[in-house]
Design a protein around this ligand. Structure first.
Ligand SMILES: Nc1ncnc2c1ncn2[C@@H]1O[C@H](COP(=O)(O)OP(=O)(O)OP(=O)(O)O)[C@@H](O)[C@H]1O
Length: 601
């Protein structure tokens, strides 16, 4: 309730991060990023924001009315006029109302901020999940994203409350100035004389601190990005013995962070010092002139008392500095969170796949550009329904990208991909995820238990299907040795690289649809296990087409057809036996052992 003059309360620096590490998203028009966040947060908490606004305006009204009531009461008491008791009661009511309203502002404001923040985080994460993974990676690092969706979202979530209470922060001094003028026009004139200086102080603060806060948040994000990278590469760093160097790298932006932090404090400090000098000077000047006016009989004692309170409240305009600071911070944070929302989501259609489709995959003139260069160049390829096709080629030929395009993990820059005659971009996304299974070379496992990690997918398969998939992937034997079997906590299960890969395979088998894409998903398996998996794939997993990115001759030899890729193009499609006669084809497998090559030939 106390509206003390001078810049106040909230500390200047922003508390959260991220950075601009990757290009374009951060170069969009600021308003394009800001609009959806601020309007969305406001719309989402409109009732509470309106309540907070009304309470704070009412509280400001009580604050402005109180000095007049006090002054009037004092005059009544001093002159022994009737009505003193009623006036005292009115003062008490105004005082209590102000306290209660302030409490309500704090309550509704807190809830509004919490709800807006929760909405922003949900919206941000939903949007993130709707984006193409490579597009996200092009624009944001993981650390940057985390800070945008946590700290920045929390700061941005305070915007509605700050704006609502900011209105009251303006009403109080402006109302007090009007009341001062009504009490005595000369006193208001004295105050107005100093107003240009106060206005200049506020404008300088707002301008300087906005830049500084944005830079501070970016540097914080940079540190978060480096930290996430270091955590991801912890084993490599330990093996290389470069912990000290890494520590230095992660903390390198700290100097700039400190500089930006100091700069913010300097701007804030200058504003505080400026208004701390100006405000008492103005108040004192008003009091001095008020004293003269009292001596001349132009003011009563009660009016002087009211005038002194109004001068203090009017000078509370300096307190807007704190409010401005909070607004600047939440605006900068909203801008950072909003940049994520400006990335266009992957468009989807709703066409169903034909019920009797067998997983015929067709790529028509598919071109994919990465880093400014075409990585897949006009690829035409047909995987007939029910056929297993191995994709082979030298490292960097574009095999993984082809696998990503096949299951719509990324869209081609030109050309079309069709599953059972339906262009993937027109297909119902939920059905697409049920009908296309993926296993990767280095799968990431999700779930509380190892069983849940296998069941993780668009639907939860029953336990017996999870176990059957696990057997097919050669994972059942080692899972049963775990103390709790399939219920063993994933985080504490001691899994080798090959075992993780088998769990990834089991996950894909458990959700196998009409198309199964195995992107180098058996690379860590020994030959015996790989043979077991290949057989299980034919006999124990739902039938459909398979696209296998393969490096081993044995995998290519077992496939019905081989697509041989070279420099982003299909060089040939034929059974392995037929291609083997070509020395260039054999050179693709030059890295595999002679024994395996002999066996395959
Ligand atoms: N996001 C990207 N930005 C730039 N270049 C990319 C990107 N993704 C892939 N590439 C490039 O595309 C090429 C093909 O990559 P891809 O992973 O498909 O090769 P690959 O045939 O699967 O190789 P490997 O057998 O080594 O896994 C590589 O030269 C790679 O550097």
């Amino acid at each position: 309730m106390s509206r003390t003059p001078g810049p106040s309360s909230s500390p200047p620096p922003a508390s959260l991060p991220p950075s601009p590490p990757r290009p374009s998203a951060t170069r969009r028009r600021p308003d394009a990023a800001l609009g959806p966040v601020l309007t969305g947060a406001l719309r989402h908490s409109s009732v509470l924001t309106t309540a907070a606004c009304l309470f704070s305006v009412a509280s400001a009204g009580a604050a402005v009315a109180l000095p007049a009531a006090l002054g009037h009461t004092l005059d009544l008491v001093l002159d022994s006029r009737p009505g003193g008791q009623a006036a005292i009661a009115l003062c008490a009511v105004l005082l209590i109302a102000e306290v209660l309203l302030d409490a309500l502002v704090a309550l509704t404001g807190g809830v509004t901020s919490a709800r807006s923040t929760a909405w922003l985080r949900r919206r941000g994460i939903d949007h993130l999940m709707s984006l193409a993974p490579h597009r996200v990676a092009d624009h944001f690092t993981p650390g940057d994203l985390v800070t945008r969706l946590t700290g920045n979202a929390a700061d941005a979530g305070t915007a509605p409350t700050t704006a609502a209470t900011g209105l009251a922060a303006l009403i109080t001094p402006i109302g007090a100035l009007i009341a001062l003028a009504l009490t005595d026009i000369w006193l208001a004139a004295v105050f107005l004389a100093g107003l240009p200086l106060l206005t200049w102080l506020l404008r300088t603060f707002a301008r300087g601190s906005s830049d500084s806060v944005q830079r501070y948040q970016r540097v914080q994000a940079d540190i978060a990005t480096r930290l996430v990278e270091a955590l991801g590469g912890a084993r490599t760093i330990a093996a290389a013995g470069t912990e000290r160097r890494e520590r230095t790298r992660v903390l390198a932006p700290l100097c700039e962070l400190g500089a930006q932090g100091r700069h913010m404090w300097q701007i804030y400090g200058r504003a505080v010092v400026g208004s701390s000098i100006l405000v008492p000077l103005l108040t004192t000047a008003v009091l001095a002139v008020g004293g003269i006016r009292l001596a001349h009989g132009s003011l009563t004692v009660g009016e002087l008392l009211a005038a002194s309170r109004y001068a203090a409240l009017t000078a509370g305009l300096g307190g807007v500095v704190g409010q401005l600071n909070a607004l600047v911070r939440s605006r900068a944070a909203a801008h950072r969170t909003g940049e994520l929302l400006t990335l266009p989501p992957v468009p989807h259609g709703s066409r169903p796949l034909p019920v009797d489709g067998r997983g015929r995959l067709e790529l028509r003139a598919v071109t994919v550009v990465r880093g400014g260069a075409a990585v897949l160049r006009g690829v035409d390829l047909v995987v007939p329904g029910g056929v297993t096709m191995a994709v082979v080629g030298h490292s960097g030929a574009g095999k993984s990208l082809l696998a990503a395009v096949a299951g719509r993990l990324t869209d081609p820059d030109s050309g079309q991909v069709l599953l059972d005659g339906v262009p993937l971009c027109e297909a119902d996304p939920a059905q697409l995820r049920r009908e296309i299974g993926y296993a990767f070379e280095r799968p990431v496992l999700f779930g509380d238990t190892v069983g849940a990690a296998i069941g993780f997918g668009p639907y939860e398969p029953p336990a017996h299907e999870i176990e059957a998939a696990s057997r097919a992937a050669g994972a059942d034997s080692f899972l049963r040795l775990l103390p709790d079997g399939y219920a063993a906590p994933l985080a504490r299960a001691p899994l080798s690289g090959g075992e993780v890969q088998r769990l990834g395979l089991a996950r894909a088998f458990a959700h196998a649809g009409r198309l199964l894409v195995l992107d180098d998903a058996t690379s860590s398996l020994d030959s015996v296990t790989e043979l077991h998996v290949s057989r299980a794939l034919v006999h124990d997993v739902r039938t459909g087409s398979r696209l296998l990115i393969a490096h081993r001759v044995s995998s290519a030899a077992r496939a019905d057809l081989v697509a041989w890729m070279e420099h982003g193009r299909i060089r040939a499609v034929a059974p392995h036996d037929r291609l083997w006669a070509d020395p260039d084809y054999r050179a693709v497998f030059a890295h595999t052992g002679d024994e395996e090559n002999r066996a395959a030939s």
